[in-house]
Design a protein around this ligand. Structure first.
Ligand code: BES
Ligand code: ZN
Length: 731
């Protein structure tokens, strides 16, 4: 790192490792820092009054403060109008209606009032933006199901009399798109703001309200919580739901830092995907005076100094408490679940340290976990500083914590190095599977890595089979043009084909000894930016230009051909083999009709000492063997009894068993599967189980009845996806 002069105003945080090496300079008053190109986007988007300010603290940019004057220039130029960093990737984002390549939001400062009675959030956001081109005529923000009340310009203000306060701006909501929502179009008339040249900044305020149907937000009644006394709210913004929470440029390419003050009714706590302030903020919510509640409230404030893609915005409100797990880690949940969470996730710090050893410094400050109520629709969500996890991970024996390793891995791949658009989602998830398995391999040995890799390959094959080998959504890089909903394309493909590709590349260039340093270099080179698959290819080809084998990759087939990958990887299956052998025994016994008692000599000892993952491998293999003709239900019942399936607290084991036993029309499994559908809302379990029930004779009606009963308690995204799977039109 070369710093020629440190500005007197530079805080320690801004001087982190993010500021490294050469060719750009940053000027703060009379100080200069030398920086590499890749860091410029990061710095340009730091909140001006946060990273570069005359005091070491407070960290938050406050909207009443005069702007410190600093600007970015190329090291070789001296004029103020020099180019300001552009995005690393200018790929068009088919999933956003915003114009962030013309004018880009760099910081959002939120005031949020959470109204649990009305199931809405009242909000005000001050958006700091930078012009990426000369004279942009308007700013387009993504919205969906938001009411916009007013828009105002904070700066630049032209005449001295305008210095008194913001001035109203004209705005309009564009015609809504079914998937993408409505663009909020803010006019930037030249005479109002003066000439807006590339690199100049402006600051706008938007007063808005969410709607009860905002897809990012689920409001839970007290009865849907563990405590049963207080309401709860949580958001899920990935992939394109942030726009239904706040007006924003809802594209991964529009990274921004953010700060927020959140008002909630007492005695609730608010958490966000940011570092919480220890002190409650002074001054309340000045722009939300019109919705001052008449009940007692608490204020919470947050600061996310690292620019994040808007899909990483997150908020949760409820009766929450926490337990400390490590120096930078605690687990939050409703009070009755904190202890269970603290036990289950005790390994979190080890995962974090392993992640750092592989991928580099953890830049996010805290890594906390929030254990959500059962309707949380995913296993985990990598919200920065605060991973959200499903309570279905609470097996009681720490056997499902690979999900935590996965979300931790996103701290580098996804949150720091981000897919430019959802077409390149494998750059988030495939890399994260790779890093997750590297973390687990470091902690549990190379055989564990190989086992997980082999299970991933099996999952990939099953997913390709399910979707069809010519289905365009089995491409590593699908085409989302025309506003295809990323939720509709979601599958294991980007995860497992992505992982498979990276493992292939690793072996091709000489194995982990050379690939691990490549991975670290890839992260260091792309941190704080976004990239496309083509940019990954270029980086790989440059890095391995001396390695002849690296020139033989059939990139187009890997990226754009549907179906299974063009090359077959081989993994060490020694840990999986026992499971496969046992599956073969049950399969043979079922096919030969040798009897209802299962294979000769079958006993609980068959699986004694197995990990839960081996058990899942056994069940999945057996299901694969019986894909064409379901098992006999006498066999599934016997299997469940011998191996204690119904006694297991492990949601993955139960789920894998149900997928085997539902086609067998096993009545006990049918009703136990229906209870699983009633007791949790994780899409990974809901969708395949509903589909399996719906296909089975006895289960079809059960699926429909169950959905009719509990569908409304699912998260809006889960409800929509299950309804589509069942062919039910949502009202
Ligand atoms: N980021 C994903 C969850 C996600 C993906 C939410 C797409 C919305 C849209 C998260 O990191 C994830 O992959 N979770 C998995 C964990 C698993 C692969 C270990 C899950 O939820 O099951
Ligand atoms: Zn993930």
């Amino acid at each position: 790192m070369r710093i020629t002069q440190v500005p007197f105003a530079l805080t320690r945080r801004a001087c982190s490792s993010a500021l490294a090496q050469v060719p750009f300079s940053i000027r703060a008053r009379n100080a200069v820092l030398l920086l590499p190109d890749s860091q410029i986007t990061f710095l340009a988007s730091l909140p001006r009054s946060g990273a570069l300010r005359p005091q070491a603290r407070p960290a938050h940019p406050t909207r009443h403060q005069a702007e410190p004057s600093f600007f970015l220039t190329r090291a070789t130029t001296t004029t103020r109008s020099s180019p300001v960093p552009l995005l690393s990737s200018m790929a068009p984002d088919h999933s956003s209606l915003s114009n962030f390549t013309e004018i880009r939001v760099t910081h959002s400062d939120f005031e949020l009032d959470v109204n649990l009675g009305k199931k809405i959030i009242e909000g005000y956001v001050q958006l700091d933006a930078i012009a990426e081109v000369d004279s942009p005529s308007h700013l387009l923000l993504d919205t969906r199901d938001l009411t916009i009340h007013r828009v105002e310009l904070h700066s630049p203000l032209q005449s001295p009399q305008e210095q008194g306060g913001p001035i109203p701006l004209k705005f309009q909501m564009d015609e809504p798109h079914k998937v993408l929502g409505s663009a909020l179009r803010l006019e930037l008339p030249a005479n109002l703001v003066g000439p807006l040249t590339r690199g100049s900044r402006l600051s706008l305020g938007v007063r808005f309200t969410t709607s009860p149907s905002s897809s990012a937000v689920q409001f839970l009644d007290p009865a849907q919580t563990a405590g049963g006394r207080q309401p709860y709210l949580f958001t899920q913004c990935q992939a394109i739901h942030a726009r239904s929470l706040v007006p924003c440029q809802d594209s991964p390419g529009a990274k921004m830092s953010y700060s927020a003050v959140v008002r909630v009714p007492q005695p609730l706590t608010a958490l966000m995907s940011a570092v919480p302030d220890e002190q409650p903020p002074a001054g309340g919510l000045p722009h939300l005076a019109d919705v001052e509640p008449n009940y007692p409230t608490n204020l919470f404030s947050f600061y996310q100094k690292v620019p994040i893609a808007p899909y990483l915005l997150a908020l949760a409100v409820g009766e929450l408490s926490s337990a400390t797990l490590g120096p930078r880690t605690r687990v939050w949940s409703e009070p009755s679940m904190v202890e269970a969470g603290a036990y289950e996730f005790a390994d979190t710090n080890r995962f974090l340290e392993a992640g750092e050893a592989i991928a580099g410094e953890y830049v996010w400050g805290r890594y906390d976990l929030l254990l959500l109520p059962p309707s949380f629709p995913y296993g985990g969500m990598e919200n920065p500083c605060l991973t959200f996890v499903t309570p279905t991970l609470l097996a009681g024996d720490r056997s499902l914590t690979n999900v935590v390793a996965h979300e931790i891995a996103h701290s580098w791949t996804g949150n720091l190095v981000t897919n430019a658009t959802w077409e390149h989602f494998w750059l988030n998830e495939g890399f994260t599977m790779f890093l997750e398995r590297k973390i687990l391999g470091r902690l549990h040995g190379p055989a564990a890595f190989q086992f997980h890799a082999s299970q991933g390959a099996a999952k990939l094959a099953a997913e390709v089979e399910r979707l069809g080998a010519d289905n365009p959504y089995t491409r590593l890089v699908p085409d989302l043009s025309g506003g295809v909903d990323p939720d509709d394309v979601f599958s294991s493909i980007p995860y497992e084909k992505g992982f498979y590709f990276l493992y292939y590349l690793q072996e091709l260039v000489g194995g982990a000894d050379v690939f691990d340093p490549f991975l670290a270099a890839y992260i260091a080179a792309h941190q704080h930016t976004t990239l496309t698959s083509a940019e990954f290819r270029k980086f790989f080809e440059d890095y391995f230009k001396e390695v002849p084998a690296a020139q033989t990759v059939d990139w187009d087939t890997w990226f754009f051909s549907p179906g299974m990958p063009p090359v077959t990887n081989t993994y060490d299956t020694s840990l999986a083999q026992q499971a496969y052998d046992l599956a073969m025994k049950w399969h043979t016994c079922d096919v030969m009709g040798i009897g209802s008692d299962g294979p000769a000599g079958a006993s609980p000892a068959d699986v004694a000492g197995w990990s839960s993952e081996q058990m899942v491998a056994f069940l999945d293999k057996l299901r694969q063997f019986r894909a064409l003709q379901p098992m006999h239900k006498t066999m599934t019942k016997r299997l469940a009894e011998l191996y204690g399936i119904y006694d297991s607290n492990n949601s993955e084991i139960r789920y894998s068993f149900f997928k085997l036993a539902i086609p067998a029309e096993d009545d006990q499994a049918l009703s136990a599967a229906a209870s699983m559908l009633r007791s949790q809302g994780r899409m990974k379990f809901l969708r395949p189980l509903y589909r399996a029930l719906h296909r089975s004779k006895a289960g079809r009606q059960l699926a429909e009845n169950t959905f009719a009963d509990v569908g409304m308690s699912y998260h809006p995204i889960a409800r929509k996806m299950v309804a589509a799977d069942l062919g039910i039109k949502e009202q």
